[in-house]
Design a protein around this ligand. Structure first.
Ligand code: AHR
Length: 575
């Protein structure tokens, strides 16, 4: 088999700077308990719903019925998350050793590391003077890693407690416990424990962010997916409820992936993450449609206003109404949103087109430079509405995705461009991450590189999953537990493409005397690094299980192209 690369300038084409990015969705516990470094799960006691008594899971009680009584009530000082925890210590001087109280096991344990600093914030109220012990312990409470005593003066109002805990010893599945040995009543709310060491101090877990940085993503699509839509609109992501002081955020139950999030990782944090990654933010907002209910276009106006407000929050000056809220959160400079997706996978629903047009014209008028993304697939025929880009989602078996490398070959070269905003091999071929899946995805991506005159952007999905949970979706490309993480083959495959955005793609031709070339896919790109060195990267996918000998020949390479005098980092991918 011969692979010919024609690198002559006349046939070279620049790939869009934005070609490859990442898609973060709050699913698989990827945000709360994952990328977002908060260690306390259900920190505001809201996960059990607004009606009390409520389930305080995963909080648990230390002590028995004769020594402690714990319940929730609606006496919080926070209007939007009104549920608080009331702890009544019944024992007095006869409490069990270590006292009685409550503990939080975090998200399947807390990773507590020797000598590191952990910031504790909690709100407490106690009508009588109370002495509380806050500790970090092993999962069964038997080993103490850090302990502080907090004296709460007897008062009728809430007070904010801020303390630092510095453990002596490491435990990857620790818990946070709050105990007392004296009779009395104490209320708690918004109990937070964050490692002091997060990425740029912005609250993101370092190791997981570095996995994203390594991909050099050019954009961040957020926050979903189905998470944006919700099973029902009342459970959809609401940007407005996810900004401002974390203590005042109500949190919500995401009924697409069926878990509660306190929205500590909210709209502001997604914008901040985009900035930290050097990636363009792509805000996917709800189009007034969920899986089960739809807002009639005649009633969509408040949703349109809500989205305009979200854009002002991101882009408005620090003096604008919503820009000032962003500035108060510590970011006076605007976040440069240049892309917004009108809904997710909503095309074909009764009110999608009508709602789309309302969003489209309002945003176009207010922010003419924002590229608007339609959910309707324009790859095989023209859209019946204006759009700058259209979403294209594909989840398929490996053979199908491999064959889809030519999908955009016949797409019209005029009209809106494609945003392949979710692609992956799934189900049997993918398992929990396989080389087969990565190969098919790589072949698909070579097709996108070659068609990057009509494909503006692409990202794999989904991104993160907590290894401790029952996985609702397989595979996810970055798997983590409280302290470790790894990338599946699909993750490492994406690393092979990380230089593609903004590089130059060259025509490739595969020729063979046999029919084996049908199982090969290839692409060739060149680029210059910041030190002005030039590189050629050739990617070849062999989708069959037999080895193929390939002769690579290039013509037209410029003298400055430095392809061979250094070890190829990721020069080919073959099975
Ligand atoms: O990526 C997982 C899900 O797949 C997304 O939430 C949704 O957009 C798609 O159906």
């Amino acid at each position: 088999v011969t692979l010919k690369i024609d690198a002559s300038p006349k046939l070279a084409r620049k790939i869009p700077d934005t070609l490859l990015g990442v898609f973060f969705e709050e699913m698989g516990r990827g945000g709360a308990g994952g990328l977002w470094a908060e260690l306390v799960s259900n920190r505001g006691f809201e996960a059990g719903g607004p009606n009390t008594p409520s389930n305080i899971d995963p909080w648990l009680i230390i002590g028995d019925d004769s020594s402690i009584f714990v319940e929730t009530d609606r006496t919080s000082c926070f209007r939007k998350n009104i549920v608080a925890l009331r702890m009544e210590v019944l024992c007095n001087n006869d409490c069990p050793a270590g006292g009685v109280g409550i503990y939080n096991p975090g998200f399947w344990g807390m990773n507590i590391e020797d000598g590191k600093t952990y910031n504790l914030v909690m709100y407490v109220k106690s009508p009588q003077t109370a002495s509380l012990t806050v500790s970090l312990t092993s999962s069964d409470g038997s080993r103490n890693l850090a302990s502080i005593t907090i004296l709460v003066a007897g008062k009728s109002n809430w007070i904010k407690v801020k303390q630092k805990l510095v453990p002596q010893g490491t435990d990857r599945t620790s818990r946070l416990q709050i105990t007392s040995e004296k009779k009395g009543v104490v209320w708690f709310d918004q109990v937070s424990l964050m490692p002091a060491d997060t990425y740029k101090g912005h609250g993101f877990r370092n190791g997981l962010v570095s996995m994203l940085l390594d991909l050099k993503p050019r954009f961040l699509r957020f926050p979903g997916g189905c998470f944006v839509q919700g099973g029902w609109l009342r459970n959809a992501f609401r940007w407005r409820e996810s900004i401002g002081p974390w203590e005042e955020r109500p949190g919500h139950f995401g009924d697409c992936w069926n878990y509660w999030t306190d929205d500590g990782l909210g709209y502001f944090e997604f914008l901040q993450l985009s900035e930290d990654l050097g990636a363009a933010p792509i805000w996917v907002f709800n189009s007034g449609l969920s899986y089960n209910d739809e807002v009639d276009t005649a009633a969509i106006a408040p949703f349109v206003k809500d989205v305009l407000d979200s854009l002002e929050f991101a882009r408005g000056s620090a003096n604008s109404s919503w820009g000032s809220v962003r500035a108060a959160m510590g970011h006076p400079e605007p976040f440069p949103i240049k892309y917004a997706a009108i809904g997710n996978e909503d095309c074909g629903k009764q009110f999608y087109n009508g709602n789309y047009l309302k969003f489209y014209s309002a945003i176009r008028e207010a922010y003419p430079d924002i590229q608007l993304i339609s959910n309707c697939d324009g790859s095989s025929g023209p859209l019946d509405h204006s759009a700058d880009l259209y979403d294209f989602h594909v989840y398929a078996d490996a053979k199908t995705l491999f064959s889809m490398k030519n999908t955009f070959d016949k797409t019209s070269r005029i009209g809106p461009k494609a945003f392949v905003s979710e692609y992956a091999v799934w189900k049997t071929d993918a398992g929990r991450g396989t080389l087969l899946a990565a190969l098919a995805e790589a072949a698909f991506l070579t097709g996108l590189e070659k068609n990057s005159d009509v494909v503006e952007m692409a990202c794999h999905a989904p991104l993160f999953v907590n290894d401790d949970i029952e996985k609702k979706w397989n595979p996810d490309v970055i798997v983590f537990n409280t302290w470790q993480h790894y990338g599946t083959p699909s993750y490492w495959m994406q690393l092979l493409f990380r230089e593609s955005s903004g590089s130059i793609v060259h025509p490739t031709t595969i020729s063979s005397s046999s029919s084996s070339n049908v199982s090969l896919a290839a692409s060739a790109v060149t680029w210059k690094d910041s030190d002005n060195s030039s590189f050629l990267r050739v990617k070849i996918v062999n989708f069959e299980s037999v080895a193929v000998q390939v002769t690579i020949s290039t013509t037209g390479l410029q003298a400055s192209i430095d392809c061979c005098d250094r070890p190829p980092l990721f020069s080919h991918l073959a099975m």
